[in-house]
Write a protein that binds this ligand. Structure first.
Ligand code: AMP
Length: 405
């Protein structure tokens, strides 16, 4: 497999799949440029080598055709400021401008293509007809460049034109991952295959159903599995606890019981919270009270873990050498119910300072570490929620397979 580190882009045009799917504010200004910053090392390497960069991405979920609010031109000012070069723009990734500007592109220059998803051929790949259209679309994109680089980890779990199909248009030595994907894979492989023990996975968030496969796969790897957040209550009900109006997936009670049994069989320490913050409504201003985790009651829902849980979980976290965290411990978006998530994030940061390797991934836990200013105090923050979960489930991601084989 071609590695970017020992490849020279001198005199080459590189088409780079980046993840510029950034949030935009009311005036279409970029409100969080994390993803743009993530792509910079790869783009800079291409330019520094004496190559030119053609950048392609999706932004949002356009329904059919171009829409102003999904135009990638909105990222130009931020990208230009970071790179210190002028950004050329092709207003249609399949149009005459894209062909002409990519043909005329000189070493050191950057061309950004308009949103790939303005064409359904980018990401609609169900029927044979759609697949054929996707191949034609990918082939055309490939004609713009000499070499293909995929650096969009966030979409690596999708078999789309720009993430997967296009790779077939390039020879083995002319396609590679960018620095960002390499870093993501390294961090996940460290946790999955070369972890120092004890290893602890912390799974939170709303639903068990989203994370069953991840939890099952982790049971073969971890020493401790902490369950928190809304998914706790399916486990509590399954063991006969009272949950009142807390979130619960009734159809997943046996799945939860089965996971507890499997953990036991495999010698994994499955840890549930011992107490909770009950609220009389799903509202920051709700009346709250502390209760044991099995002591929910009618008219109340558990929206955060309690102080005793924080203490017990923090101890496990402080004694861990590897940590994987996905999903908040409570409704952290509301200040009244953020304490559990903040405390766990802080414990992870402290354990990291003591030498533990910590990987945080999944939209909401990343939002939490960012919100609490702890992103640079953990070892690695993944840029891909869905992609990371699928990798941890043990699935082969199409975008990774397309290059790795
Ligand atoms: P997920 O996308 O599955 O990781 O879930 C994240 C969401 O779960 C966040 O928006 C949280 O507010 C929510 N959440 C966490 N704990 C609870 C809880 N105890 N009850 C209801 N929602 C929760």
């Amino acid at each position: 497999m071609q590695m970017i580190d020992n490849y020279s882009f001198a005199g080459k045009k590189a088409i780079i799949r980046v993840d510029f799917n950034v949030p935009l504010g009311a005036q279409y200004e970029v409100s969080d440029d994390t993803r743009i910053r993530g792509a910079l090392p790869t783009i800079k390497k291409v330019l520094a080598d004496g190559g030119s960069a053609i950048l392609m991405s999706h932004l949002g979920r356009p329904k059919s055709g171009p829409e102003e609010k999904f135009s990638l031109k909105h990222v130009i000012p931020v990208l230009a400021a970071h790179l210190g070069v002028e950004i050329q723009f092709a207003n249609d990734c399949m149009g005459a401008q894209a062909v002409e500007k990519s043909t005329a592109l000189k070493p050191g220059e950057v061309l950004l293509l308009e949103n790939l998803r303005f064409y359904t051929a980018e990401n609609k790949v169900k029927t044979d007809e759609e697949k054929a259209a996707t191949s034609v679309f990918a082939e055309k994109l490939s004609t713009y460049a000499d070499v293909y680089v995929n650096d969009a980890f966030g979409t690596a779990h999708r078999a789309h034109a720009s993430t997967t199909v296009i790779a077939d248009c390039f020879a083995e030595d002319s396609k590679m991952f960018g620095f960002l994907i390499n870093k993501e894979i390294k961090a996940m492989d460290k946790v999955l295959h070369q972890s120092d023990k004890p290893m602890t996975a912390i799974m939170g968030g709303a639903k068990v159903s989203d994370k069953i496969q991840v939890i099952e796969n982790l049971l073969d790897k971890v020493d401790n599995l902490i369950i928190g957040g809304g998914m706790t209550y399916t486990f509590i009900k399954a063991r006969g606890g009272e949950i009142g109006n807390s979130l619960c997936e009734e159809d997943k009670l046996d799945v939860a019981a089965d996971l507890v049994k499997k953990a036991e069989d495999k010698g994994v320490n499955l840890i549930l919270p011992v107490d909770q913050v009950l609220a009389d409504k799903f509202d920051n201003e709700a009346t709250t009270e502390l209760a044991g985790i099995d002591q929910g009651r009618e008219g109340y829902m558990g929206l955060d873990i309690g102080a005793k849980s924080v203490e017990a979980l923090s101890e496990v976290i402080m004694n861990s050498k590897t940590i994987l965290w996905n999903g908040p411990m409570g409704v952290f978006e509301m200040p009244s119910f953020q304490k559990g998530t903040v405390s766990i994030a802080k414990a992870i940061a402290e354990s990291t300072a003591k030498g533990c390797f910590s990987l945080v991934g999944g939209g909401d836990s990343v939002a939490a570490v960012n919100k609490f200013g702890l992103a640079d105090k953990v070892s690695y923050v993944s840029t891909g929620g869905g992609a990371m979960l699928e990798y941890i489930e043990g699935k082969v991601l199409p975008g990774i397979k397309a290059i790795r084989g």
